[in-house]
Design a protein around this ligand. Structure first.
Ligand code: NAD
Length: 324
């Protein structure tokens, strides 16, 4: 009897710049994919990254990596959109919208030409806007198009809390950021736990000072961490690559993990017709459901405000036709 061939896990990465190539590197180190395709407007970049990655990782990973064209996205389990210009030090992510939405439209046209299966994972900024527009342009079933959203902010939030409580193991910190992946993000202080204990209680037990001012300062550190990194080295890449490996691991292994991902809302928390991050169950079919959990009234207000900011940006976009 013929043995059933194991299905290969194929990932296409559109945009082979710092972010795209670092995601490829992290995926290869983790041995998650059987095949990775690097696609870039500048084919020389994709070829050079492919060469660099395949030479360095040949002996420690079974993944085949190629530089390809859009036609190679066929049969991908995941298509990552990581192209677009990166942020300048004094810019917000929303400031890049006009440049990156044109690139995203171009990419959507190409995906529509060749797509036959798979999830679309958006990384390009402003990620909530690009996720919303991509969802419209690609018109795929629910949960198949989503953005990395506030996974990176959540990682950074956990990090500042871990530092606050004396560099405890970050896996012992439960925390999440929701809303915009940007300035109006919402750190869910009411749900922060360390070692399964509510943050305030934990700080009281350990004699660690915590008050509103300290919280605001920490939340601000999370918001400005990206621009501080960009001011120093011109880009951020390792954090998002780490998040992507986590998201892709949850998809591949159908973990039903709850992550703060960006997707188009359908009335959750009274918000609709905008993409932003909320705790979302992710598995092999993408986002399976967005969780409705209890946020306190300040967090709900902040979330609503965040949705208005993103909606206004979408409204402004409508005023200018996208000329390719
Ligand atoms: P980069 O300039 O290094 O790379 C971008 C690449 O996209 C370039 O190689 C460029 O040739 C390519 N490109 C442009 N238009 C294209 C098209 N139409 N088709 C294919 N490729 C195209 O930038 P980067 O540092 O890699 O950042 C990429 C994006 O990721 C930016 O939008 C950045 O803001 C975003 N980013 C998101 C997060 C997040 O948390 N979501 C974190 C970091 C960076």
């Amino acid at each position: 009897m013929l043995k059933k061939q194991p299905t290969k896990f194929k990932i296409s990465i559109i945009g082979s710049g710092f972010v795209g190539s670092t995601i490829a590197y992290a995926l290869m180190l983790k041995n998650i994919a059987d095949e990775i395709i690097l696609i870039d407007k500048n084919k020389h970049v994709a070829i050079a990254e492919q060469l660099d990655l395949s030479c360095s990782l040949k002996n420690i990973c079974n993944c085949n990596i190629y530089a390809g064209d859009y036609s190679d996205i066929k049969d991908s389990d995941i298509i990552i959109v990581a192209c677009g210009r990166s942020r300048k030090p004094n810019e917000t992510r929303l400031n890049m919208v006009n440049d990156n939405i044109k690139i995203a439209k171009n990419v959507a046209n190409e995906i529509n030409r060749y797509y036959n299966k798979g999830l679309i994972l958006i990384v390009s900024n402003p990620v909530d806007i690009v996720t919303y527009k991509m969802t419209q342009w690609l018109n795929l079933p629910y949960g198949k198009v989503f953005g990395s959203g506030c996974t990176l902010d959540t990682l950074r939030f956990k990090n500042v809390i871990s530092n606050l409580v004396g560099n405890c193991d970050k896996t012992k910190v439960e925390a999440m950021v929701v809303g915009e992946h940007g300035e109006s993000q919402v750190p869910l202080w009411s749900r922060v736990k360390v070692n399964n204990v509510n943050l305030e209680t934990y700080c009281a037990i350990k004699n660690i000072k915590i008050n509103e001012k300290i919280k605001q300062n920490l939340a601000q550190q999370v918001i400005t961490m990206g621009s501080n990194i960009i001011a120093g080295k011109g880009r951020t890449n390792y954090g998002i690559a780490t998040c992507m490996v986590n998201i892709i691991g949850a998809i591949k292994n159908d973990k039903k993990q709850i992550l703060s991902l960006s997707s188009v809302l359908k009335g959750e928390y009274g918000i609709e017709d905008v993409a932003l991050s909320l705790p979302s169950v992710v598995g092999k079919n993408g986002i399976e459901t967005v969780c409705i959990e209890t946020f306190n009234s300040l967090e709900q207000q902040m979330l609503y405000k965040s949705s208005v900011i993103i909606k206004n940006t979408l409204e402004n976009l409508k005023k200018e036709p996208i000329v390719l």
